[in-house]
Design a protein around this ligand. Structure first.
Ligand code: GLN
Ligand code: ZN
Length: 773
C-alpha cells in the first residue's frame, strides 16, 4: 500500500492579497495587463513551490483564477453572452472582466456589503453563492442557440506553466454536469442540462490537449453529486463520463465531490468509468465505510480528511485510527483536504496578535497541507516516524478540549436553564401590535430605513486612523457623534417616521458584534475570497459566547436623545453572526447559535431598558444557511428560528421587534419566517416588482412587513411614482394596514447624493399612498 497527498485547490488571492492589489490597480487604470498577468504568474509559481515544499505529492494546477473559476469555465467553453462579444476577443481580459463586473472599468463595487449588484452600461453576470459557502461565483448563462467552442486554453497553459517550473501537476476543471446545473437559461425555456451533448466536445478537446501536454491525471470537480438530483441530472453523469472515457482513453480522471455526502448518488459516482473519486469525509464522515466497500479495487480513492472549510487543527490520531484499515486494504490511497482550500485563510504564521493558546488550535491552508504530510508519513512508515508531530497535535487537540478559554460554566448553566418560555413572546402578535401602535402613534404606511447610511470615504478614513492610533478615542467619538447627529436631523427634516442612527461606528455588521462578544477571535491576515478581489476576514468563534457588557446601548441612547421620534435599536441576529464566522467544530452549530442568541437577547433587553421602543434584529443570512439537501432543511430551520426567537423574546409586548432579510427567495422559508414572529419584517422586493410578496400573500403572513420600494443596489434614484406603484402592488397582495415603507437594504454602500433624493421620494410616495390606499 502507499498513501499520497493531494490538494484540490489553493487560495489564489496571495498571502498578502497580492492578487487583489494587482486587480484593483489594473481596473483603476494604474497598471496594465502584462503587470497583472505577471503578478498572477508569480503567485502561481509561489503557490506550487510552497505546496511542494510542504511535502504535497500532487499539486493542483488550473485552480488559479483572476476572478472566479466558474467564470473561467464559462469562458473556456465559449458561453459568452452576446452583449459581451463586442468588447473584445473571447479570451480577452476585457470580455472576462466585463462578464465579472460590468464593462465600465473602475466602476465602484456596490451592494449590501456581502452581496453584489453593480450597474454599468453592460451589466455583470449574475453572482450567487457557491453551494453553502460564502464564496460567490458568476452564474453561467446559456440559451437555446448556444454554441460551445473552446475559447480559452487557460487550464492547459497553466498545466504547462507548472511543468516548465518542474511541477507535474494535476489540472483541475469544473465538470460539465455541475457547470450546467449551475447555469441559468437566458431564454427561460432551455434546460441547461439539455445542452450536455453540445458541451461535451469542448471538454473532450480540453482533455485531449491536456493529455497531449503530458497530463496523466485530471481532477474534474462535480460537487453537484452531493445535491438532491432529479432523474435527468442523475443520468447526465453517466452520459458525460462514458463519453469522456471513450474519447480520451488512457487519461485518468478523478471526480471530486465535496461539501456533503454522496448519499443517494453514491452508486452513480461509483459506476462512472473514471479512475478516481474524491469524497468529503469532514462534512460526511459516515460515508467512508460505504464508499470503501463499493469502490472498485482499481479506483483511486481520495479521502478528504482535513477540513477545507474551517480553521481548526485536525485531530490527526483520530483520522489515522479511522483510515489506517482502509489504507491497508488498498493498493494506493490519496488523502486531501475535504474540498479546495479556497475557503480558508492562507498562513497562520502571519498571525502575530492571536492569543498563542488559541492560535495553537488552528490550521490555515499551509498548515493543513503540513497535516496531510504528517498523516501520509504515519500511514506509509508507521506512526513512530512522526511521533513528535503526532504528540504535538494531540496536545493541542486535548488542550483545546479542556481549555477554560473555550468552556464558560456560566454560559453552560444558562444553556441548561433555557426553557420554552425563553423562545416565545408572552403575548400573541394580534395583541402586541395593538399596544405597540398605541405607544408608537405612527401613521399608516410608516416610513423607515434598514439601518446604515453611507459609509463615506471620510467615515472609513476616520475609522482607519483611529485603528492605527492616529486619531484618539475622544476625537473619533466626536466625529461619529457629528455624523450620527447629521443623519438624525436630516431624517427628521424629510419626515421619516422611525429613525436609525446610521451605523457609522460599525466596520461590519458581524465583526462589530464579534469584537465585543466573549468567545470570538480576529485575525490580521486571515483573508478569504468572497468574490473577485473582495475578501473577508471572518471572525473565529472559538469558545462559549457571552456578552460581557452592552454593545450598542450608548450609541442608541445618544441617537435617541437627539429626537422625539422613535429611534430603532439595531442588532445583527444570531444566525447571521454564526453564518459569517468560522464556527467551532467541537459542538453542534445549533448550540453555538443558541449561545449567540442569548448574548443578543441580553442586548435587546438592555436596549429596551434604556428606552428603545423598536429593536431590529437583522437576519440577512438566515436563508443562505439552508443545508444543501432538502432532508436537512427542517432541522436547520427549527434551530435557526428558535435562536432568533430567543434573541427577540425577552421584551415586553409593547416593544416592537423588527427583522430584516436582504434577498429574494422566500418560498422555501416562508413558514419559518412566520414562526420567527417578528412584529415587522423588511425584505428586498423592489426589483421583483413585488412578486416576491406572493409567498407572503399565499401564506397569509399576519405580521407587519416592509417590502423594499427602493433598489439600493443601483445609484439610480427612483421616482416617487415608481414607489407609489410598488406600494399599490404590495397593497394588492397584503392588507395596507400591515405595510411599512422602506428601502430594500442598508444604504452603507451608497452615496449621500443618491440616498437623499431617493429617500425624499420615498417619504413623498408614502404620503401620497396614505391618501388613497
Ligand atoms: N442593518 C444593516 C444595514 O443597514 C443590515 C444590512 C444587511 O442586512 N445586509 O446595513
Ligand atoms: Zn439587507
Amino acid at each position: 500500500m502507499s498513501v499520497i497527498t493531494t490538494n484540490l485547490g489553493f487560495p489564489r488571492i496571495g498571502p498578502r492579497r497580492e492578487l487583489k492589489t494587482a486587480l484593483e490597480a489594473y481596473w483603476a487604470g494604474k497598471s496594465d495587463a502584462p503587470a497583472l498577468l505577471d503578478t498572477a504568474r508569480v503567485l502561481r509559481a509561489a503557490t506550487w513551490d510552497r505546496q511542494k515544499a510542504l511535502g504535497l505529492d500532487i499539486v493542483p494546477s488550473g485552480d488559479f483564477s483572476l476572478y472566479d473559476q466558474v467564470l473561467d469555465t464559462s469562458i473556456m467553453v465559449g458561453a459568452i453572452p452576446a452583449i459581451y462579444r463586442p468588447l473584445g476577443a473571447a479570451g480577452s481580459l476585457d470580455v472576462y472582466f466585463a462578464m465579472a463586473r460590468g464593462h465600465q472599468p473602475g466602476a465602484s463595487e456596490e451592494g449590501c456589503g456581502h452581496g453584489h449588484g453593480r450597474s454599468t452600461d453592460v451589466p455583470a453576470q449574475e453572482m450567487t453563492k457557491w453551494f453553502d459557502t460564502n464564496y460567490h461565483y458568476m452564474v453561467p448563462e446559456v440559451g437555446a442557440t448556444q454554441h460551445f467552442i473552446l475559447s480559452s486554453t487557460k487550464v492547459i497553459d497553466e498545466y504547462r506553466e507548472a511543468k516548465a517550473l518542474g511541477h507535474e501537476s494535476r489540472p483541475v476543471l469544473l465538470g460539465p454536469v455541475s457547470w450546467l446545473l449551475l447555469a441559468k437559461s437566458t431564454d427561460g425555456r432551455t434546460r441547461p442540462l439539455s445542452l450536455l451533448p453540445a458541451l461535451l466536445p469542448v471538454y473532450i478537446e480540453v482533455l485531449r490537449r491536456l493529455q497531449a501536454a503530458g497530463a496523466e491525471w485530471v481532477q474534474i470537480d462535480e460537487p453537484a453529486l452531493v445535491l438532491d438530483l432529479d432523474a435527468e441530472a442523475k443520468a447526465a453523469f453517466g452520459t458525460a463520463y462514458a463519453s469522456l472515457a471513450q474519447e480520451i482513453p488512457g487519461l485518468r480522471i478523478l471526480i471530486a465531490t465535496y461539501f456533503g455526502a454522496l448519499g443517494d448518488n453514491l452508486d452513480i459516482a461509483m459506476g462512472l468509468p473514471v479512475a478516481g473519486l474524491h469524497v468529503d469525509l469532514v462534512r460526511a464522515p459516515e460515508q467512508l465505510d460505504d464508499v470503501a466497500a463499493k469502490a472498485p479495487a482499481d479506483m483511486l480513492l481520495s479521502l478528504g480528511v482535513v477540513d477545507g472549510r474551517n480553521i481548526w487543527k485536525s485531530d490527526l490520531t483520530a483520522i489515522l485510527d479511522r483510515i489506517e484499515p482502509i489504507a491497508r486494504s488498498r493498493r494506493v490511497l490519496a488523502i486531501a483536504p475535504s474540498c479546495s482550500l479556497l475557503h480558508t485563510p492562507i498562513d497562520l504564521a502571519l498571525e502575530t496578535r492571536l492569543d498563542p493558546q488559541v492560535k495553537n488550535w488552528m490550521a490555515f491552508a499551509v498548515q493543513k497541507i503540513e497535516e496531510l504530510s504528517v498523516l501520509a508519513k504515519a500511514l506509509n512508515q508507521g506512526r513512530s516516524s512522526v511521533a513528535a508531530a503526532l504528540a504535538d497535535n494531540a496536545r493541542a487537540v486535548a488542550g483545546r478540549r479542556a481549555s477554560p478559554l473555550v468552556h464558560d460554566p456560566r454560559v453552560r448553566s444558562r444553556m441548561e436553564a433555557l426553557t420554552a418560555n425563553w423562545t416565545r413572546r408572552v403575548t400573541p402578535f394580534a395583541e402586541r401590535i395593538v399596544q405597540q401602535r398605541a405607544l408608537l402613534g405612527l401613521p399608516p404606511l410608516p416610513t423607515t430605513t434598514i439601518g446604515s447610511f453611507p459609509q463615506t470615504a471620510e467615515v472609513r478614513k476616520a475609522r482607519a486612523a483611529h485603528g492605527k492610533g492616529e486619531l484618539d478615542d475622544a476625537s473619533y467619538t466626536r466625529f461619529l457623534r457629528e455624523e450620527t447627529e447629521r443623519a438624525v436631523r436630516w431624517q427628521e427634516e424629510i419626515g421619516i417616521d422611525v429613525l436609525v442612527h446610521g451605523e457609522f461606528e460599525r466596520n461590519d455588521m458581524v465583526q462589530y458584534f464579534g469584537e465585543q462578544l466573549a468567545g470570538f477571535a480576529f485575525t490580521r491576515a486571515g483573508w478569504v475570497q468572497s468574490y473577485g478581489s473582495r475578501c473577508v476576514r471572518p471572525p473565529i468563534i472559538y469558545g462559549d459566547v457571552s456578552r460581557p457588557r452592552p454593545m450598542t446601548v450608548e450609541w442608541w441612547a445618544y441617537a435617541q436623545s437627539l429626537t422625539d421620534r422613535p429611534m430603532k435599536g439595531m442588532l445583527t441576529g444570531p444566525v447571521t453572526i454564526l453564518q459569517w464566522s468560522f464556527v467551532r467544530d467541537d459542538q453542534p452549530r445549533s448550540d453555538t447559535c443558541r449561545q449567540i442568541a442569548l448574548a443578543i437577547r441580553d442586548e435587546v433587553v438592555d436596549l429596551e431598558r434604556a428606552g428603545a421602543r423598536i429593536i431590529q434584529i437583522d437576519e440577512a443570512a438566515l436563508r443562505e444557511g439552508l443545508p444543501l439537501r432538502r432532508a436537512d432543511w427542517q432541522a436547520y430551520l427549527d434551530w435557526a428560528v428558535e435562536a432568533f426567537r430567543i434573541s427577540a423574546s425577552g421584551v415586553q409586548p409593547q416593544t416592537q421587534i423588527h427583522t430584516h432579510m436582504c434577498y429574494s427567495e422566500f418560498n422555501d422559508i416562508i413558514v419559518a419566517i412566520g414562526a420567527m414572529d417578528a412584529d415587522v419584517i423588511s425584505i428586498e422586493t423592489a426589483r421583483s416588482k413585488m412578486e416576491l410578496l406572493d409567498a407572503f400573500a399565499d401564506y397569509r403572513y399576519p405580521n407587519e412587513i416592509g417590502p423594499g420600494v427602493y433598489d439600493i443596489h443601483s445609484p439610480r434614484v427612483p421616482a416617487r411614482e415608481e414607489m407609489v406603484d410598488l406600494l399599490i402592488k404590495a397593497g394588492e397582495r397584503l392588507s395596507t394596514g400591515q405595510l411599512w415603507v422602506n428601502p430594500d437594504c442598508g444604504l452603507k454602500t451608497r452615496k449621500w447624493e443618491d440616498v437623499k433624493p431617493a429617500l425624499v421620494h420615498m417619504v413623498e410616495a408614502a404620503k401620497s399612498a396614505r391618501a388613497f390606499l
